[in-house]
Design a protein around this ligand. Structure first.
Ligand SMILES: Nc1nc2c(c(=O)[nH]1)N[C@@H](CN(C=O)c1ccc(C(=O)N[C@@H](CCC(=O)O)C(=O)O)cc1)CN2
Length: 298
């Protein structure tokens, strides 16, 4: 039987709407809107698209959007000074520096400069540490979005075998941590894993986050597995086309005949990233303004 399609685009739209309603209530209670500052350095085409989408989604969710653009050759000191200024600005609840940064800038130093209480990307070591020890903090948007899709689909994940392919700080590691917190049995696989297909075949849940187009094949999957594809890879353009097709890290057509459920690319995990960013910003606003947000409201 063909796998069910996990519609991240629809889920994200519902989440954005819920955040928008709660953000309007926040504004009434706090006397100001929640605010998100997004910093873009340089002119990377994909980053410009993502920043525009974030700005539009933030405004649509009844929040303030502050966009800051620096030239590709900006000095690190100027970027750090901007982050410092945003840390001290009471109208800014969340700060996000769009990645990747130009090569001459030290990503870790820039992330470290963001106040952990405004780090709505959840990339600061303080938030990574909180996640690791089970304290509340900000969780990176993409893995948190994956968890929302998984729990919506499967409910309780206790005892399920989960394999996360990829060990990045932004997706793989936090994803594994979240699955572990949900009582799944978690394996993190990576480029040095021996017999990766055999490891993946054990999994009830597969999260692919390696950045290699269509690497995970149908015969790597257990029958009925739930497959979350985090990859966004553009194939070379077919004859005469201006742009190549977007594909994930999973061979979608093949995997669909074996998996129980699968996220498509596009329209799966990607849209969850921005929806969860709005959610994290709203949580930050409540904390910063001392306004209560009901447990489990979002
Ligand atoms: N500071 C950050 N930088 C980056 C992050 C991040 O979470 N924080 N993530 C990515 C880029 N990203 C958001 O910033 C992002 C990526 C993809 C999508 C998305 O909706 N993708 C669509 C396809 C889009 C297309 O057609 O190209 C999909 O998968 O359906 C949203 C946001 C790196 N940088």
């Amino acid at each position: 039987m063909a796998a069910a399609i996990i519609d991240g685009k629809a889920f994200a739209a519902t989440l954005r709407e819920r955040v928008g309603d709660l953000a309007a209530r926040f504004a009434a209670a706090a006397g100001r809107k929640a605010g998100l500052a997004v910093v873009l350095v340089g002119d990377d085409a994909a980053s410009q698209v993502y920043v525009r989408s974030k700005n539009k989604a933030t405004l649509a969710a009844n929040m303030e959007s502050f966009e800051h653009r620096l030239p590709a050759d900006a000095a690190e000191a100027d970027l750090l000074a901007l982050v410092e200024q945003l840390n001290g600005d009471d109208t800014v609840d969340g700060i996000l520096v769009q990645l990747p940064l130009p090569d001459h800038l030290d990503e870790q130093a820039v992330i470290a400069a963001i106040s952990p209480d405004k780090d709505v990307d959840g990339f600061h070591v303080a938030n990574a540490g909180r996640l690791a020890v089970g304290q509340s903090g900000f969780v990176p948007c993409t893995p948190l979005g994956c968890m929302m899709l998984l729990t919506d689909r499967l409910g309780d994940l206790s005892g399920l075998e989960a394999v996360v392919i990829g060990r990045s700080n932004i997706v793989g590691k936090p994803m594994a941590q979240l699955l572990l917190d949900a009582n799944a049995t978690v394996t993190i696989a990576h480029s040095r894993t021996r017999d990766l297909p055999a490891v993946v075949r054990r999994a009830d849940i597969v999260v692919a986050a390696v950045g290699r187009a269509e690497m995970v094949k149908a015969d790597w999957l257990k029958d009925g597995a739930t497959v979350i594809d985090v990859g966004i890879n553009r194939l070379p353009p077919a004859d005469g086309a201006e742009k190549g097709r977007l594909v994930g890290d999973v061979d979608y057509a093949g995997a669909s005949s074996v998996a129980g459920a699968i996220t498509p690319v596009p329209g799966g995990v990607g849209p969850m990233t921005i929806a969860v960013l709005l959610r994290n910003t709203l949580v930050a606003a409540h904390r910063n303004a001392g306004v209560a947000l009901a447990e489990g409201a979002i």
